[in-house]
Design a protein around this ligand. Structure first.
Ligand code: ASN
Length: 489
């Protein structure tokens, strides 16, 4: 079967019309995994038995008319920082290598109610700290477009799985770009929703004021449908918002004539790879060709976004990761001389270098004497960045930016220079600092054929404006995905 060329919604439609069964869809995807996983390593665990058993259950329910959702029967991958009852959740860290989650994350319950079939858990940067998936304690994931390149991160496994046809949809989490940047590198579409739109209950916390779960798929319509499954109020997450406007798919297929689109000129300044700049300029032209007004604006706080993000994210991480001490979760070091020795040995053995770096940075900026100079300053800066965006959204419906300044780097190159890796997040971190929704979709390819991502950022709760712009862009430029793009090479 050649199911890989279908989107998730198309697949679900074939299932509804009984042209294929859920079991066939799941088997076909598992075959694709078997063919490619050795090379790609998108997954940390694949549970074939469970997936096939679940496929049978869903099949019966669909046949009995008890399961009617638009994504029923669709095989999906889950990032390994999202808890699934009875299964391992490692966050790609040695410290959680044996941790079995005792409960389901809210989003897992949602997926199951919608009749989706979970195939396994995907690789990621350790505790979501990184931009390449190379900080995983369990090996690198390779970019399906070019296996010498990284898939981006931290949701690199999820994006690579969708790009390689090893899942029709995937769950990611985005703290500073972790859905959008790997989506850009892997040529798929990923959406970080407004903070509070999707429950974080059962997501292992990295930086709680920034983390948000979101959908990754082959195109905008799949992401919109998946977000409808995931979103909604959850009393178990105190930051979960009550929204009435969760019919995201209603925004698709509309024209953008008259839409006001802003382009922050600081985002397309120095340091952009020429092919990224070209693809971005072409996207601007495409929007104005469709009748949108496209204008430049200035965001004065751009230089402060990376420092504010890395201080706040590391501070929150140092606090959140205190709980991994060998007592409550996962790994415990052997042969320890007392409690403090056990803490020290467990954390020394269990955390990798990037996580340690952030815990040290975060503890430093929160410590007395440095709190005001660094952490408090970062919080004030965050408020100024928010004001900058408030001004922008007074004049514009959505903002356009590249999703990343460059295409996927070579495996190994970013690990040598962590600061350069941090700077690569320049286009994505502001959306998290301000709680804004933002989407990345493919907008071109560089000279070596690697995908380039276009980012569309909206004001809080304006996912529909983003989706409207994204679907219009797709309609005029074509959504692309590995399966059929590679054939055209
Ligand atoms: N988690 C993320 O959103 C990725 C970001 N590069 C970070 O390391 O914090």
């Amino acid at each position: 079967m050649e199911l890989g060329k279908h989107s998730a919604l198309e697949l679900a439609d074939l299932i509804r019309r009984r042209q294929i069964s859920v079991t066939e869809a799941v088997k076909d995807t598992l075959d694709q995994i078997d063919r490619q996983e050795k090379e790609i390593h998108a997954y940390l665990y694949i549970d074939k038995k469970n997936a096939l058993a679940r496929a049978k259950q869903v099949e019966k329910k669909i046949a009995a008319g008890d399961m009617k959702g638009p994504l029923a029967g669709v095989p999906v991958a889950v990032k390994d920082n999202i808890c699934m009852k009875g299964g391992k959740t490692t966050c790609a860290s040695k410290i959680l290598e044996n941790f079995v989650a005792p409960y389901n994350a809210h989003v897992i319950d949602r997926l199951e109610q919608a009749g989706m079939v979970i195939l396994g858990k995907t690789n990621m940067d350790e505790f979501a700290m990184g931009s390449t998936t190379e900080t995983s304690a369990y090996g690198v994931t390779r970019n399906p477009w070019n296996t010498g390149r990284v898939p981006g991160g931290s949701s690199g496994g999820s994006c690579a799985a969708v790009a390689a046809g090893e899942a029709f949809l995937a769950l990611g989490s985005d703290t500073g770009g972790s859905i959008r940047q790997p989506s850009a590198f892997c040529g798929v579409t990923g959406l970080k929703p407004t903070y509070g739109t999707v429950s974080r209950y059962g997501l292992v916390a990295y930086a709680s004021s920034l983390d948000q779960i979101g959908p990754i798929g082959k195109n905008t319509a799949d992401c919109a449908a998946f977000l409808e499954v995931l979103s909604g109020h959850d009393e178990k997450d105190s930051t979960s918002v009550k929204r009435e406007d969760l019919d995201f798919s209603s925004a698709l297929g509309k024209e953008v004539r008259g839409m006001r689109i802003g382009v922050p000129k600081e985002f397309i300044g120095q340091g952009l790879q020429p092919a990224v700049r070209q693809a971005f300029m072409d996207a601007m032209k495409a929007f104005s060709g469709m009748g949108a007004s496209v204008e430049f604006l200035s965001l004065k706080t751009v230089d402060y976004m990376i420092p504010a993000y890395y201080l706040i994210a590391s501070a929150e991480a140092s606090s959140n990761l205190e709980r991994f001490d060998g007592v409550k979760y996962g790994r415990r070091a052997a042969d320890c001389a007392g409690l403090h020795d056990m803490y020290r040995k467990t954390r020394t053995e269990g955390f990798g270098p990037e996580v340690k770096r952030r815990i040290m940075l975060g503890s430093f900026v929160l410590s007395s004497g440095y709190y005001e100079a660094y952490y408090l300053k970062a919080l004030k800066t965050r408020a100024l960045i928010r004001q900058d965006f408030d001004r922008a959204f007074a004049d514009f419906d959505v903002l356009l930016a590249p999703a990343a300044p460059f295409t996927a780097p070579e495996i190994g190159s970013s690990l040598r220079d962590p600061l350069a890796m941090y700077l690569g997040d320049i286009h994505t971190v502001a959306a998290n600092l301000c709680g804004l929704p933002a989407l990345s979709l493919p907008c071109g390819r560089d000279e070596s054929g690697l995908p380039i991502g276009l980012q569309i950022i909206g004001d809080c709760f304006q996912e529909k404006k983003i989706l409207r712009a994204a679907s219009a862009f797709e309609a005029c430029r074509g959504a692309f995905s590995m399966a059929w793009e590679k054939e055209a090479d």
